[in-house]
Ligand binder design. Structure first.
Ligand code: F0G
Length: 455
């Protein structure tokens, strides 16, 4: 680990420690808060360790044409802003990052916003944004000589960790809430060879159990309480800025679960501004499911000053989290950038997911909260028609095919959730549903079905 260039700073008391001094649960020994990676050399304006923004922009773009292993990673391409390894040869990469930024023409028109985009992190190697954080933190684990890595997960973290561990020959332990993760994700952890334990408790309690385990055994914790995870997860901010030719969008909208990702992206934009790569930061808004909304409640109550955990319930299982570990960091990002934190209902999530599907992109339910949240912000007048908005889609649609099929079959939502058959939402849903049609094996029957479907 490169200890000359980075240190860990406690987000609560501000205390600083060297990387290897961190406790196994990554909590501050004095105040119990989480740490952030900090690069002291960047603060001195003319210091020798402060990166040169003009040179970096050129170098990072140039690397997109390189055939070097690290240059082909959309995380390690930005390694000048990730000096967390002693030797970059220790980086474990699956060519993560470099994900597409898509324009959303139909939704732009519908919402009356010219510039609406989706940054699709579901296009990463294991199908979610977690790969960007896993490549960084698991590489630290490998460099520090750990044999075992572990995480508690609603599914995507475990899929990513298991894959990166398998690539590097480390052993991995996964704790998941029994019956509450999508099959696509569980199947990945199994296939990549993780020891996968299903616990009869929710995500928050799985993380508590794991925290006890890492205090007792030499296992490297890879949940987003690990500050090195957030270093990798900040790099999509660099990609977004680069895609807009270093003019950042007005607004970035992110789903909120354990709240590591919104914290990481906020850090990415902050560092770019501090280093002179961009002139300003976008507003960053966080959207939660109404049944798992502790931060949205906190913002409604006291603008993110306190958090009351909730008993989480949502079909968007990825964000079924009631006591988010990184809430203070995420609250700071929202406050500093002038963003909002809202929640959206199960029906709003389902409609938004189908609308993203109809753009030919698709995403998992947790990602669709971003569009549902944008619709609310637009209706409230918080987002203007001339703004450039980016939705962060965090997971691939194939992660949770059951949800999609239930939606199109009409078995996903209860009448109570849609507000009854005559409600606006129920009508929106019926316009979006595309169930498979049983048809006789004759051309005439198929053509009749086509005409019926397009009528
Ligand atoms: N979207 C997806 C698809 C996720 O898997 C997660 C988190 C989030 C959004 C929320 O991100 O936690 O950084 O606020 N999934 C974790 C997991 C908790 O275990 O896979 P966050």
């Amino acid at each position: 680990m490169n200890e000359n260039l980075h240190q860990l700073r406690c987000f609560g008391c501000g205390g600083r420690i060297r990387g290897p001094e961190a406790q196994p649960d990554f909590r501050c020994a004095s105040c119990g808060e989480l740490f952030e990676v900090e690069y002291p050399g960047w603060t001195e304006r003319r210091g020798p360790d402060r990166p040169n923004p003009g040179a970096l922009k050129w170098l990072w773009r140039d690397r997109r044409c390189s055939s070097e292993r690290l240059d082909q990673s959309g995380v390690w391409r930005f390694r000048e802003l990730l000096p967390i390894l002693d030797n970059f040869g220790n980086a474990v990469t699956l060519r993560e990052g470099n994900t597409p930024l898509y324009h959303l023409p139909r939704l732009s028109k519908k919402l009356g916003i010219d510039q609406l985009f989706a940054k699709h992190q579901g296009m990463n190697p294991t199908g979610s944004f977690k790969d960007t954080g896993m490549t960084s933190a698991l590489s630290v684990a490998r460099e520090r000589g750990f044999e075992w890595v572990a995480c508690a997960s609603t599914g995507n973290t475990s899929a990513a960790m298991a894959a990166y561990a398998a690539r590097s020959g480390l052993k991995s332990l996964v704790l998941i809430p029994e019956g509450k993760i999508a099959w696509g994700k569980l199947s990945q952890a199994m296939d990549y060879g993780a020891v996968t334990c299903q616990l009869p408790v929710d995500f928050d309690r799985c993380l508590n159990v794991l925290t006890e385990i890492v205090r007792q055994a030499p296992i490297y914790l890879l949940n987003s309480v690990n500050p090195y995870r957030l270093e990798g997860q900040k790099t999509p901010a660099f990609e977004i800025a680069e895609a807009f030719d270093w003019n950042v969008p007005d607004h970035l909208i992110v789903p909120g679960g354990n709240l590591g990702n919104s914290s990481a992206l906020g850090k990415g934009f902050r560092e770019m501004q501090d280093l002179g790569l961009v002139a300003r930061k976008p507003r960053i808004s966080v959207i939660q499911a109404a049944g798992a909304n502790p931060l949205a409640q906190s913002f409604a109550r006291d603008h993110g000053a306190t958090l009351e955990p909730v008993e989480a319930q949502t079909r968007a299982t990825a964000i079924r989290i009631g006591n988010p570990a990184s809430w203070r960091k995420a609250a700071r990002v929202i406050q500093d950038t002038g963003g909002w934190c809202l929640d959206v209902t199960e029906a709003e999530i389902a409609v938004a997911k189908a609308e993203i599907g109809a753009e030919g992109l698709g995403c998992e339910p947790a990602s669709a909260v971003t569009l549902a949240g944008l619709k609310k912000l637009r209706a409230q007048g918080a987002v203007g028609s001339g703004e450039t908005v980016v939705l962060l889609l965090t997971g691939h649609t194939l992660k949770d095919a059951d949800y999609t099929i239930d939606f199109h079959r009409g078995t996903l939502l209860t009448d109570g959730e849609t507000g009854g058959i005559d409600s606006v939402v129920a009508k929106e849903i019926s316009g979006l549903r595309r169930n498979a049609i049983p048809v006789e094996a004759t051309p005439a029957a198929v053509l009749a079905a086509m005409r019926g479907a397009s009528a």
